[in-house]
Design a protein around this ligand. Structure first.
Ligand SMILES: NC(=O)c1ccc[n+]([C@@H]2O[C@H](COP(=O)([O-])OP(=O)(O)OC[C@H]3O[C@@H](n4cnc5c(N)ncnc54)[C@H](O)[C@@H]3O)[C@@H](O)[C@H]2O)c1
Length: 379
């Protein structure tokens, strides 16, 4: 497929090649799961690809993505090739043996640390000793992005990386590259940043990726059910534990502010009547080392039915958190590419509402899926 796009960002000439060139920021477990999952389906072509919107989105399949470069701060990742870096400690996804993953020439380069590495993960992620300031790194990054032809940047930085996220959002604006922001540092849902992406006609999808069947989607679906059935929800909580660096990092309460907002609002947005702040608790709660990438979620809803009679429900969800997120980001990447092809800029609302916890415009999950289908169909 070779054709010229109609209305590209800032009149840049884009030739549609049928491939999607993606740069990755934060080469941790989520990216490892994304890359190894794509390889899993390549090796097992008879397997149905589970959980995605469709095999092909406007012609793009899951094998049409080229990861052209990566950015990190870990001294054991920077300088390595992507197919090696994704297996480096403390990453722990191991679905495809390392020596069976196809080799790539895409390299991992330096990202500025800024607020990237948290207190608790310092003994697991040893950052490179950089000789450059963020401006110098930005100059290098822009050259790498140009040389590799990247058209979308996907960020999987640690929670609490607000300054680094802004660095990468600005890089997108300076280089006309689309942004998929999988973490709860608000860009696509922040009016100031959303306007900047709109003005430059560059698509962004965010913020904070949902899981395929993750804690947030289960909680908000059940909360919506209780609300739609007319019962009165009085209080609810959701606590999550896991054993990877993501959970270790989230022990640092100061880095968690936006994560709590993102997860809590995602549930509140589905209720007819908002709960008082002290009647809802939604958050990651602890790190249990032996759980690895397994995440456990415990959720409780308490409310009242006919004649003021109380009811409650409890759910325990056990899920591989990395499979959960990779199956969603694969759609976010393809939807960002569709937006680029069609010359659309600013927050892509249907994609953000369906795939992200904290979009600029919340919808019910059913309405968001319908809106996404219409977007793909070009309606
Ligand atoms: N289901 C899910 O897994 C899910 C859902 C929603 C959001 N998220 C978010 O996605 C993010 C990534 O999760 P993960 O499990 O891959 O985390 P991870 O800890 O495995 O990986 C983070 C990576 O970022 C790198 N990094 C740290 N500071 C950096 C900087 N300044 N610049 C570039 N890279 C830097 C680290 O070296 C590491 O390689 C987290 O914020 C997580 O909360 C995950």
């Amino acid at each position: 497929m070779f054709k010229k796009t109609l209305n590209p960002p800032n009149n840049t000439v884009f030739w549609l090649t049928g491939r999607i060139k993606v740069a990755l920021v934060g080469i941790g477990n989520c990216f490892s799961g994304l890359i190894q999952g794509i390889e899993y389906y390549r090796k097992n072509p008879s397997q149905e690809v589970t959980g995605i919107i469709h095999d092909k989105l406007a012609g793009y399949g899951i094998h049409d993505i080229d990861f052209v470069c990566g950015f990190d701060v870990g001294e054991n990742k920077v300088g390595k090739l992507l197919h090696e870096a994704i297996y480096e400690f403390p990453n722990m996804v191991n679905w495809i043996p390392k020596d069976e993953l196809p080799k790539t020439s895409a390299k991992v380069y330096e990202s500025p640390i800024l607020d990237g590495v948290g207190l608790w993960v310092e003994n697991r992620i040893k950052p490179i000793t950089s000789t450059k300031n963020p401006e110098q790194i930005a100059d290098d990054v822009k050259k790498i992005l140009k040389d590799t032809g990247a058209e979308i940047i996907v960020s999987y930085l640690p929670v609490g990386s607000d300054r680094v996220t802004e660095f990468w959002a600005q890089i997108c604006l300076d280089t006309n590259i689309a942004f998929v922001n999988c973490i709860p540092s608000f860009i696509a849902s922040d009016e100031k940043w959303a306007k900047k992406f709109e003005e430059k006609n560059i698509p962004c999808i965010g913020d904070d990726i949902k899981g395929q069947v993750g804690a947030t989607i289960v909680h908000r679906t059940l909360a919506k059910l209780c609300s739609d059935r007319g019962t009165k929800i009085e209080k609810t909580y959701q606590i999550n534990v896991g054993g990877n660096t993501d959970f270790l990092n989230m022990k640092e309460q100061d880095r968690l502010v936006s994560k709590k907002i993102s997860k809590t609002e995602s549930v509140q947005s589905q209720l007819k009547e908002r709960l008082d702040d002290d009647q809802i608790y939604v958050g990651p709660s602890d790190f249990i080392p032996f759980l690895g990438n397994t995440k456990l979620m415990f959720m409780r809803i308490e409310g009242r039915q006919w004649a003021n009679i109380p009811y409650n429900m409890e759910v325990r969800l056990e899920v591989d958190d990395k499979a959960n997120s990779a199956g969603i980001v694969i759609d976010a990447i393809r939807l960002a590419k569709i937006a680029l092809d069609r010359g659309l800029g600013g927050p892509i609302k249907p994609a953000s509402a369906y795939l992200m916890k904290h979009p600029i415009e919340q919808m019910s999950d059913i309405a968001a899926k319908t809106a996404c289908e219409k977007f793909v169909a070009g309606e």
